[in-house]
Design a protein around this ligand. Sequence first.
Ligand code: PLP
Length: 376
Amino acid sequence: MIYLDNAATTKPCDEAKAAVMKGLEVFGNPSSLHRAGLDAELLVSDAREIIADALGVTPDEVYFTSGATESNNTAIFGAYKAHGKRKKRVVISSVEHPAVKNPAQELEDMGCEVIRISPDENGEINARDIFAAVNEDTFLVSCMLVNNENGYILPVEKAFSMIKKKYPQVITHCDCVQGFMKIPVKAKKLNADMISLSGHKIYAPKGIGALYVKKGIHIPPFMLGGGQEKGFRSGTESVPLICGFGAAVKKLAPNVSANFEKAADIQAYLIEKCNENGDVFVNSRKGGSPYVTSIAVNGLKSEVLLHYLEKREIYVSSGSACSKGKKSSVLKEFRYPEQSLDSTIRISCSIDTTKADIDALMEGIKSAQNDLCKVR
Ligand code: PLP
Protein backbone atom coordinates (compact mmCIF):
# COMPACT_ATOMS: atom_id res chain seq x y z
CA MET A 1 0.00 0.00 0.00
CA ILE A 2 1.22 3.48 -0.84
CA TYR A 3 -0.54 5.77 1.58
CA LEU A 4 -0.44 9.43 0.55
CA ASP A 5 -3.42 10.67 2.54
CA ASN A 6 -1.66 11.58 5.77
CA ALA A 7 -3.50 14.90 6.15
CA ALA A 8 -6.66 12.81 6.61
CA THR A 9 -5.06 10.50 9.12
CA THR A 10 -1.75 8.79 9.76
CA LYS A 11 -0.73 5.24 10.55
CA PRO A 12 -0.06 5.03 14.29
CA CYS A 13 3.65 4.64 14.98
CA ASP A 14 5.03 1.66 16.96
CA GLU A 15 5.81 3.90 19.92
CA ALA A 16 2.21 5.13 20.06
CA LYS A 17 0.86 1.58 19.75
CA ALA A 18 3.08 0.33 22.58
CA ALA A 19 2.04 3.27 24.75
CA VAL A 20 -1.65 2.57 24.04
CA MET A 21 -1.13 -1.02 25.21
CA LYS A 22 0.50 0.24 28.38
CA GLY A 23 -2.42 2.59 28.95
CA LEU A 24 -4.80 -0.35 28.55
CA GLU A 25 -2.89 -2.42 31.05
CA VAL A 26 -2.72 0.38 33.60
CA PHE A 27 -6.49 0.40 33.67
CA GLY A 28 -7.30 2.42 36.77
CA ASN A 29 -9.42 5.54 36.63
CA PRO A 30 -7.09 8.54 36.93
CA SER A 31 -9.60 10.14 39.32
CA SER A 32 -9.53 7.20 41.74
CA LEU A 33 -7.65 7.85 44.96
CA HIS A 34 -6.05 4.41 45.23
CA ARG A 35 -2.79 3.17 43.73
CA ALA A 36 -4.37 1.88 40.50
CA GLY A 37 -5.85 5.32 39.89
CA LEU A 38 -2.62 7.05 40.72
CA ASP A 39 -0.68 4.87 38.25
CA ALA A 40 -3.08 5.87 35.48
CA GLU A 41 -2.91 9.52 36.55
CA LEU A 42 0.89 9.37 36.30
CA LEU A 43 0.68 8.18 32.70
CA VAL A 44 -1.71 11.01 31.88
CA SER A 45 0.54 13.62 33.48
CA ASP A 46 3.60 12.27 31.65
CA ALA A 47 1.82 12.69 28.32
CA ARG A 48 0.56 16.13 29.31
CA GLU A 49 4.09 17.20 30.14
CA ILE A 50 5.45 15.97 26.80
CA ILE A 51 2.79 17.87 24.86
CA ALA A 52 3.17 21.00 26.98
CA ASP A 53 6.92 20.88 26.46
CA ALA A 54 6.52 20.57 22.71
CA LEU A 55 4.28 23.66 22.68
CA GLY A 56 6.54 25.57 25.07
CA VAL A 57 3.80 25.89 27.70
CA THR A 58 3.15 24.51 31.17
CA PRO A 59 1.30 21.21 31.69
CA ASP A 60 -1.59 22.89 33.51
CA GLU A 61 -2.34 24.81 30.31
CA VAL A 62 -2.98 21.62 28.31
CA TYR A 63 -6.38 19.90 28.37
CA PHE A 64 -7.06 16.59 26.69
CA THR A 65 -10.07 16.35 24.40
CA SER A 66 -11.48 13.80 21.96
CA GLY A 67 -9.77 15.52 19.03
CA ALA A 68 -9.36 18.83 17.31
CA THR A 69 -13.04 19.11 16.43
CA GLU A 70 -13.85 19.17 20.13
CA SER A 71 -10.92 21.47 20.85
CA ASN A 72 -12.08 23.97 18.22
CA ASN A 73 -15.69 23.83 19.42
CA THR A 74 -14.58 24.28 23.02
CA ALA A 75 -12.42 27.26 22.12
CA ILE A 76 -14.99 29.01 19.94
CA PHE A 77 -18.14 28.43 21.99
CA GLY A 78 -16.15 28.97 25.19
CA ALA A 79 -14.98 32.38 23.98
CA TYR A 80 -18.57 33.19 23.04
CA LYS A 81 -19.92 32.15 26.44
CA ALA A 82 -17.28 34.23 28.17
CA HIS A 83 -17.55 37.38 26.07
CA GLY A 84 -20.41 37.06 23.57
CA LYS A 85 -22.86 39.02 25.70
CA ARG A 86 -20.77 42.17 25.59
CA LYS A 87 -19.05 41.81 22.22
CA LYS A 88 -20.28 40.60 18.90
CA ARG A 89 -17.45 40.28 16.39
CA VAL A 90 -15.51 37.14 15.50
CA VAL A 91 -12.79 37.08 12.83
CA ILE A 92 -11.75 33.88 11.05
CA SER A 93 -10.03 33.08 7.78
CA SER A 94 -12.28 31.94 4.96
CA VAL A 95 -10.22 28.78 4.51
CA GLU A 96 -10.73 27.22 7.94
CA HIS A 97 -11.53 23.55 8.45
CA PRO A 98 -15.26 22.88 9.02
CA ALA A 99 -14.46 22.33 12.71
CA VAL A 100 -13.90 26.12 12.92
CA LYS A 101 -16.04 27.27 10.00
CA ASN A 102 -19.22 25.59 11.24
CA PRO A 103 -19.02 26.72 14.89
CA ALA A 104 -18.39 30.24 13.55
CA GLN A 105 -21.46 29.91 11.32
CA GLU A 106 -23.46 28.85 14.38
CA LEU A 107 -22.28 31.96 16.23
CA GLU A 108 -23.38 34.05 13.27
CA ASP A 109 -26.80 32.39 13.37
CA MET A 110 -26.93 33.28 17.06
CA GLY A 111 -26.37 36.96 16.30
CA CYS A 112 -22.59 37.39 16.17
CA GLU A 113 -20.93 39.28 13.37
CA VAL A 114 -18.47 36.88 11.71
CA ILE A 115 -15.84 38.40 9.43
CA ARG A 116 -14.18 35.90 7.10
CA ILE A 117 -10.84 36.94 5.66
CA SER A 118 -10.29 35.63 2.14
CA PRO A 119 -7.04 35.17 0.24
CA ASP A 120 -6.14 38.10 -2.03
CA GLU A 121 -5.93 37.89 -5.83
CA ASN A 122 -2.61 36.03 -5.48
CA GLY A 123 -4.09 33.45 -3.16
CA GLU A 124 -2.37 34.92 -0.09
CA ILE A 125 -4.02 35.66 3.23
CA ASN A 126 -2.58 38.88 4.58
CA ALA A 127 -1.91 39.46 8.27
CA ARG A 128 -2.92 43.10 7.76
CA ASP A 129 -6.34 42.08 6.47
CA ILE A 130 -6.91 39.92 9.56
CA PHE A 131 -5.74 42.74 11.82
CA ALA A 132 -7.87 45.32 9.99
CA ALA A 133 -11.00 43.25 10.59
CA VAL A 134 -10.54 43.38 14.36
CA ASN A 135 -12.24 46.20 16.27
CA GLU A 136 -13.22 47.04 19.85
CA ASP A 137 -16.29 44.83 19.47
CA THR A 138 -14.22 41.72 18.67
CA PHE A 139 -13.92 38.92 21.21
CA LEU A 140 -12.29 36.16 19.15
CA VAL A 141 -9.92 35.71 16.23
CA SER A 142 -9.51 32.13 15.04
CA CYS A 143 -7.03 31.37 12.31
CA MET A 144 -5.54 28.03 11.29
CA LEU A 145 -1.78 27.64 10.93
CA VAL A 146 -1.58 25.24 7.98
CA ASN A 147 -4.41 24.69 5.56
CA ASN A 148 -5.38 21.04 5.33
CA GLU A 149 -6.25 21.11 1.64
CA ASN A 150 -3.15 22.65 0.11
CA GLY A 151 -0.58 23.11 2.89
CA TYR A 152 -0.73 26.91 2.73
CA ILE A 153 0.81 28.46 5.85
CA LEU A 154 -1.25 31.37 7.17
CA PRO A 155 0.47 34.43 8.70
CA VAL A 156 -0.83 33.65 12.18
CA GLU A 157 2.22 34.82 14.10
CA LYS A 158 2.23 38.22 12.42
CA ALA A 159 -1.54 38.70 12.56
CA PHE A 160 -1.86 37.67 16.21
CA SER A 161 1.08 39.83 17.25
CA MET A 162 -0.47 42.92 15.58
CA ILE A 163 -3.82 42.13 17.17
CA LYS A 164 -2.41 41.55 20.65
CA LYS A 165 -0.52 44.85 20.55
CA LYS A 166 -3.62 46.90 19.83
CA TYR A 167 -6.35 44.69 21.33
CA PRO A 168 -4.77 42.62 24.13
CA GLN A 169 -8.19 41.53 25.36
CA VAL A 170 -9.14 39.79 22.09
CA ILE A 171 -8.80 35.99 22.40
CA THR A 172 -6.60 34.46 19.71
CA HIS A 173 -7.15 30.83 18.76
CA CYS A 174 -5.17 28.74 16.29
CA ASP A 175 -6.11 25.39 14.81
CA CYS A 176 -2.62 23.89 14.58
CA VAL A 177 -3.70 20.40 13.54
CA GLN A 178 -1.73 20.32 10.28
CA GLY A 179 1.20 22.26 11.71
CA PHE A 180 1.96 20.65 15.06
CA MET A 181 5.01 18.37 14.89
CA LYS A 182 5.44 19.29 11.22
CA ILE A 183 6.56 22.88 11.42
CA PRO A 184 7.73 24.67 14.59
CA VAL A 185 4.71 25.53 16.74
CA LYS A 186 5.29 27.42 19.98
CA ALA A 187 2.34 29.05 21.71
CA LYS A 188 4.20 32.19 22.77
CA LYS A 189 5.74 32.80 19.36
CA LEU A 190 2.32 32.42 17.76
CA ASN A 191 0.77 34.81 20.30
CA ALA A 192 -2.04 32.30 20.60
CA ASP A 193 -4.26 32.16 23.67
CA MET A 194 -5.65 28.82 22.58
CA ILE A 195 -4.30 26.10 20.30
CA SER A 196 -6.09 23.00 19.00
CA LEU A 197 -4.21 19.77 18.39
CA SER A 198 -5.15 16.33 17.10
CA GLY A 199 -3.42 13.01 17.76
CA HIS A 200 -4.30 11.06 14.65
CA LYS A 201 -2.58 13.48 12.27
CA ILE A 202 0.74 12.79 13.96
CA TYR A 203 0.89 8.98 14.19
CA ALA A 204 -1.16 8.70 17.39
CA PRO A 205 -4.61 7.09 17.56
CA LYS A 206 -7.88 8.70 16.54
CA GLY A 207 -10.16 10.16 19.19
CA ILE A 208 -7.57 12.11 21.11
CA GLY A 209 -6.59 15.75 20.92
CA ALA A 210 -5.75 18.65 23.13
CA LEU A 211 -6.58 22.27 23.68
CA TYR A 212 -3.97 24.64 25.03
CA VAL A 213 -5.52 27.46 27.02
CA LYS A 214 -3.14 30.14 28.20
CA LYS A 215 -3.13 30.82 31.91
CA GLY A 216 -5.34 33.82 32.62
CA ILE A 217 -7.72 33.12 29.73
CA HIS A 218 -10.98 32.20 31.36
CA ILE A 219 -13.45 30.34 29.27
CA PRO A 220 -16.16 28.09 30.68
CA PRO A 221 -16.06 24.34 30.15
CA PHE A 222 -17.79 22.83 27.13
CA MET A 223 -18.38 19.44 28.74
CA LEU A 224 -19.92 19.33 32.19
CA GLY A 225 -19.81 16.31 34.45
CA GLY A 226 -17.40 14.80 36.91
CA GLY A 227 -14.94 17.68 36.77
CA GLN A 228 -11.96 15.94 35.16
CA GLU A 229 -9.23 18.07 33.56
CA LYS A 230 -9.55 20.56 36.41
CA GLY A 231 -13.24 20.91 35.67
CA PHE A 232 -12.54 22.15 32.15
CA ARG A 233 -13.38 18.95 30.30
CA SER A 234 -15.41 16.40 32.17
CA GLY A 235 -15.38 12.75 31.20
CA THR A 236 -13.03 9.98 32.29
CA GLU A 237 -9.72 10.52 30.53
CA SER A 238 -8.93 8.01 27.77
CA VAL A 239 -5.67 6.91 29.32
CA PRO A 240 -4.62 4.61 26.44
CA LEU A 241 -5.20 7.26 23.77
CA ILE A 242 -3.55 9.96 25.85
CA CYS A 243 -0.50 7.68 26.26
CA GLY A 244 -0.43 7.10 22.50
CA PHE A 245 -0.61 10.85 21.85
CA GLY A 246 2.22 11.54 24.29
CA ALA A 247 4.41 8.81 22.81
CA ALA A 248 3.95 10.12 19.27
CA VAL A 249 4.88 13.65 20.33
CA LYS A 250 7.87 12.36 22.29
CA LYS A 251 9.10 10.63 19.15
CA LEU A 252 8.49 13.55 16.79
CA ALA A 253 9.38 16.61 18.88
CA PRO A 254 13.18 16.33 18.61
CA ASN A 255 12.95 15.67 14.87
CA VAL A 256 10.62 18.37 13.56
CA SER A 257 13.39 20.13 11.59
CA ALA A 258 14.98 16.97 10.22
CA ASN A 259 11.59 15.57 9.20
CA PHE A 260 10.68 18.91 7.62
CA GLU A 261 13.83 18.80 5.47
CA LYS A 262 13.02 15.26 4.41
CA ALA A 263 9.44 16.16 3.57
CA ALA A 264 10.64 19.23 1.63
CA ASP A 265 12.93 16.99 -0.40
CA ILE A 266 10.07 14.61 -1.19
CA GLN A 267 7.79 17.52 -2.10
CA ALA A 268 10.43 19.03 -4.41
CA TYR A 269 10.71 15.63 -6.11
CA LEU A 270 6.94 15.39 -6.46
CA ILE A 271 6.74 18.88 -7.98
CA GLU A 272 9.59 18.09 -10.39
CA LYS A 273 7.76 14.94 -11.54
CA CYS A 274 4.47 16.85 -11.90
CA ASN A 275 6.20 19.47 -14.03
CA GLU A 276 7.60 16.73 -16.30
CA ASN A 277 4.03 15.62 -16.99
CA GLY A 278 2.57 18.44 -19.10
CA ASP A 279 -0.97 17.81 -17.86
CA VAL A 280 -0.34 17.96 -14.15
CA PHE A 281 -0.60 21.34 -12.48
CA VAL A 282 0.68 22.04 -8.97
CA ASN A 283 -1.89 24.11 -7.06
CA SER A 284 0.08 24.51 -3.83
CA ARG A 285 2.17 27.63 -3.56
CA LYS A 286 5.85 27.76 -2.65
CA GLY A 287 6.57 28.24 1.05
CA GLY A 288 3.76 26.05 2.34
CA SER A 289 3.90 22.88 4.39
CA PRO A 290 6.00 20.29 2.56
CA TYR A 291 3.65 17.59 3.85
CA VAL A 292 0.63 18.64 1.77
CA THR A 293 0.63 19.20 -1.97
CA SER A 294 -2.45 19.95 -4.00
CA ILE A 295 -2.25 19.06 -7.69
CA ALA A 296 -4.68 19.00 -10.60
CA VAL A 297 -4.57 16.47 -13.41
CA ASN A 298 -5.98 18.02 -16.53
CA GLY A 299 -8.90 16.09 -17.99
CA LEU A 300 -9.38 13.69 -15.07
CA LYS A 301 -12.03 14.17 -12.41
CA SER A 302 -10.61 13.94 -8.90
CA GLU A 303 -12.74 11.05 -7.78
CA VAL A 304 -12.21 9.05 -10.96
CA LEU A 305 -8.47 9.39 -10.52
CA LEU A 306 -8.68 8.65 -6.80
CA HIS A 307 -10.46 5.35 -7.46
CA TYR A 308 -8.16 4.48 -10.36
CA LEU A 309 -5.16 4.93 -8.08
CA GLU A 310 -6.92 3.02 -5.32
CA LYS A 311 -6.97 -0.06 -7.58
CA ARG A 312 -3.17 0.14 -7.54
CA GLU A 313 -3.28 0.52 -3.76
CA ILE A 314 -2.22 4.14 -3.96
CA TYR A 315 -4.31 6.26 -1.62
CA VAL A 316 -4.71 9.98 -2.13
CA SER A 317 -7.54 12.38 -1.37
CA SER A 318 -9.75 14.54 -3.52
CA GLY A 319 -9.52 17.98 -1.91
CA SER A 320 -9.94 17.14 1.75
CA ALA A 321 -11.38 14.08 3.49
CA CYS A 322 -14.17 16.15 4.96
CA SER A 323 -15.42 17.47 1.63
CA LYS A 324 -16.34 13.91 0.56
CA GLY A 325 -16.26 14.58 -3.16
CA LYS A 326 -17.99 17.97 -2.97
CA LYS A 327 -16.27 20.78 -4.84
CA SER A 328 -14.00 22.39 -2.32
CA SER A 329 -15.10 25.86 -1.28
CA VAL A 330 -11.69 26.35 0.30
CA LEU A 331 -9.85 25.74 -2.96
CA LYS A 332 -12.28 28.15 -4.63
CA GLU A 333 -11.32 30.70 -1.98
CA PHE A 334 -7.71 30.19 -2.98
CA ARG A 335 -8.80 31.15 -6.49
CA TYR A 336 -7.84 27.94 -8.20
CA PRO A 337 -9.21 27.90 -11.75
CA GLU A 338 -12.72 26.42 -11.96
CA GLN A 339 -11.62 23.52 -14.19
CA SER A 340 -8.83 22.53 -11.82
CA LEU A 341 -11.27 22.32 -8.87
CA ASP A 342 -12.83 19.29 -10.52
CA SER A 343 -9.53 17.57 -11.06
CA THR A 344 -7.66 18.37 -7.87
CA ILE A 345 -6.18 15.68 -5.67
CA ARG A 346 -4.28 16.11 -2.44
CA ILE A 347 -1.02 14.29 -1.88
CA SER A 348 -0.14 14.32 1.80
CA CYS A 349 3.08 12.73 2.94
CA SER A 350 4.25 11.22 6.18
CA ILE A 351 7.70 11.01 7.71
CA ASP A 352 8.00 7.62 5.98
CA THR A 353 7.09 8.65 2.42
CA THR A 354 9.81 7.85 -0.10
CA LYS A 355 10.67 8.97 -3.62
CA ALA A 356 9.72 5.45 -4.74
CA ASP A 357 6.20 6.16 -3.43
CA ILE A 358 6.12 9.32 -5.55
CA ASP A 359 7.37 7.38 -8.59
CA ALA A 360 4.55 4.88 -8.13
CA LEU A 361 2.03 7.73 -7.83
CA MET A 362 3.28 9.43 -10.98
CA GLU A 363 3.23 6.14 -12.90
CA GLY A 364 -0.34 5.62 -11.69
CA ILE A 365 -1.32 9.10 -12.87
CA LYS A 366 0.34 8.54 -16.26
CA SER A 367 -1.43 5.28 -16.68
CA ALA A 368 -4.78 6.89 -15.71
CA GLN A 369 -4.15 9.58 -18.30
CA ASN A 370 -3.50 6.93 -20.95
CA ASP A 371 -6.48 4.78 -19.99
CA LEU A 372 -9.06 7.41 -19.15
CA CYS A 373 -8.39 10.65 -21.02
CA LYS A 374 -10.27 10.53 -24.30
CA VAL A 375 -8.50 13.26 -26.23
CA ARG A 376 -4.75 13.09 -25.98
N1 PLP B 1 -8.61 21.03 11.84
C1 PLP B 1 -7.91 20.66 10.77
C2 PLP B 1 -7.06 21.68 10.08
C3 PLP B 1 -7.96 19.36 10.30
O1 PLP B 1 -7.24 19.00 9.23
C4 PLP B 1 -8.79 18.42 10.98
C5 PLP B 1 -8.94 17.05 10.47
O2 PLP B 1 -9.08 16.82 9.29
C6 PLP B 1 -9.49 18.85 12.11
C7 PLP B 1 -9.39 20.16 12.52
C8 PLP B 1 -10.36 17.91 12.89
O3 PLP B 1 -9.56 17.07 13.69
P1 PLP B 1 -10.12 15.79 14.43
O4 PLP B 1 -10.27 14.73 13.39
O5 PLP B 1 -9.08 15.47 15.47
O6 PLP B 1 -11.42 16.16 15.05
